[in-house]
Design a protein around this ligand. Structure first.
Ligand SMILES: *Cc1c(COP(=O)(O)O)cnc(C)c1O
Length: 496
């Protein structure tokens, strides 16, 4: 008996799910614009922002959702977001280029926040236009205040990004992971002294953090600590009103919990040698077999998530405050604090896909066939982020043949003359063997996977990006180049 295939089918929601059914349309896009091709769905980013706002409403909290722009370079996505209710939705920029981009996309400076370590040009443009600066370090605060004075700029609203939190009060000590970013909480006193010294140039509007983790407990400790720092500020006569809890709300990539459980269990078995390999040359994704004992740790993104995105925010706000015992959302509400969030990946959930043409299918005598694609590993960097999920096979023509019930295991290889250029090291199961001319669609790549790592090595083409707008019921789709998208229609054109 052949083992049943280990699928990791993607979680698909509208409009991405209906777009993937428009197979001739997607083929015509790649025929015209080449492989690889990135497709973004601007409508969905607005819906995602609305879902985050729904969690704010549920907890009766004011504040704003800032899209962390670094997750995707698309113009269409930020322009569509700029068209949403201005009071509720902003954007978080981490470079001079991103700041220029969002100002040109229709975000007024009051809706923009600058995060990450900044260079003087970035600080100057932020201060000049009135963008909120999320200050990364003590030195940056000094530098910003110096710029404001030297160039007679308007007073700047600032948040202080904190890091290295520890639980107080409770018996267990939870330390948050170390970070290169933000000021360690032990420096709070010195930071607040500096804020007071620079009060002619900066106004403290709040404190916050961004922790690159999906761990809820760690975030609850950090949020709790921010509430205490706010108390310290008020005791000094400062009047901050915002707590910014950063991003990291996550995305569920794999639809089915059972498939995910089964795959990770079988991967462990494969590393231990109790079943055939499930990866290119037995790669273990962080696990290894030392004389029959499993060592290491699985370095994969938790691709099936019971709660992610807005649901994760809801869970965090419902957790008891480690020091006060009441739900964190209630603690914020009691103080009338505004909540800022900075979702990146979660705000572009279901907002795009990456298409690649099958160029060649080659049998091997050592393992699964090699399917060579018109893309390389950097064009769809799911693997880089440890995200394992199946692509969707879009055959060129109806072949009248059914799917193979046993599935077909293949290795997906890229278009670089580099042994390591594998789209994923996982053996991917497809419902049948692809043929040249077919497309593979990698769903849900808008967060970090479609353009963050793309490069022009070997002069292979960097993917073009298009924005698509549906008619609402999946019947027809219109497209334009990403940079041509604006949230307006011409007379006679269907409303998007
Ligand atoms: C990257 C980043 C985010 C977004 O993180 P996600 O995990 O994509 O939600 C938010 N804030 C800051 C400061 C970041 O650097």
């Amino acid at each position: 008996m052949r083992a049943s295939p280990l699928y990791l089918r993607p979680r698909l929601e509208p409009p991405l799910a209906t777009l993937l059914e428009a197979v001739p349309f997607l083929h015509s896009l790649v025929d015209g614009l080449g492989s690889p091709l990135n497709v973004v769905v601007p409508e969905r980013i607005a819906e995602n922002a609305e879902r985050f706002r729904g969690v704010y409403r549920k907890h009766h909290l004011g504040g704003r959702v800032f899209f962390a722009h670094k997750a995707n370079r698309s113009s269409a996505l930020v322009r569509r977001l700029a068209a949403t209710d201005p009071a509720d939705v902003g954007v978080d920029v981490a470079s001079l280029g991103e700041l220029r981009h969002v100002l040109g996309a229709g975000f007024t400076p009051g809706r923009v926040m600058g995060t990450g370590p900044k260079d003087p040009e970035f600080l100057w443009l932020a201060a000049r236009t009135g963008v909120t600066v999320n200050v990364d370090s003590y030195a940056e605060l000094d530098q910003l205040a110096g710029l404001v004075r030297k160039y007679a700029l308007p007073r700047v609203d600032v948040l202080l990004r904190l890091s290295e939190f520890e639980a107080t009060g409770s018996g267990v000590k939870v330390l948050s992971r170390r970070s290169r970013f933000g000021s360690p909480t032990r420096e709070v006193k010195a930071l607040l002294d500096a804020v007071e010294r620079h009060r002619d140039s900066v106004e403290l509007i709040g404190v916050g953090y961004h922790l690159d983790t999906t761990g809820l407990a760690e975030k609850a400790v950090a949020l709790d600590r921010c509430v205490m720092v706010m108390d310290e500020c008020h005791a000094r006569g400062l009047a901050p009103r915002v707590i910014d809890i950063g991003g990291g709300f996550g995305v569920g990539y794999v639809a089915d919990a059972g498939q995910w459980e089964r795959y990770t269990t079988e991967l462990t078995n494969a590393v231990l040698g109790t079943r055939p390999a499930l990866t290119w040359r037995g790669h273990g994704y962080g696990l290894r077999n030392e004389g029959g004992t499993l060592r290491g740790a699985l370095g994969l993104y938790p691709a099936h998530r019971p709660s992610a995105g807005p649901g994760y925010l809801d869970e965090l706000l419902s957790l008891p405050s480690p020091s006060l015992g009441r739900p964190l959302g209630t603690v914020l509400l009691e103080q009338f604090y505004e909540l800022y969030t900075e979702p990146g990946r979660a705000l572009v959930d279901q907002c795009g896909l990456t298409l690649a043409r099958v160029l060649d299918v080659r049998a091997t005598d050592t393992g699964p066939p090699l399917v060579r694609l018109g893309m390389n590993a950097a064009d769809v960097s799911l693997e880089e982020h440890g995200v394992l999920v199946d692509p969707v096979l879009l055959t060129r023509t109806e072949r009248g043949e059914g799917d193979d019930p046993a599935g077909v295991g293949v290795h997906l290889v890229g278009n670089l003359c580099l042994e390591a250029d594998l789209i994923t090291r996982r053996t991917v199961f497809l419902p049948r063997l692809p043929r040249p001319g077919d497309l593979l669609a990698f769903a849900n790549t808008a967060g970090y996977a479609m353009d963050f790592h793309a490069h022009a090595a070997q002069q292979q083409p960097v993917a073009r990006k298009v924005a698509v707008v549906g008619d609402g019921d999946g019947g027809s789709w219109r497209w334009c180049l990403d940079e041509e998208y604006w949230p307006v229609t011409y007379p006679g054109e269907a409303e998007s």
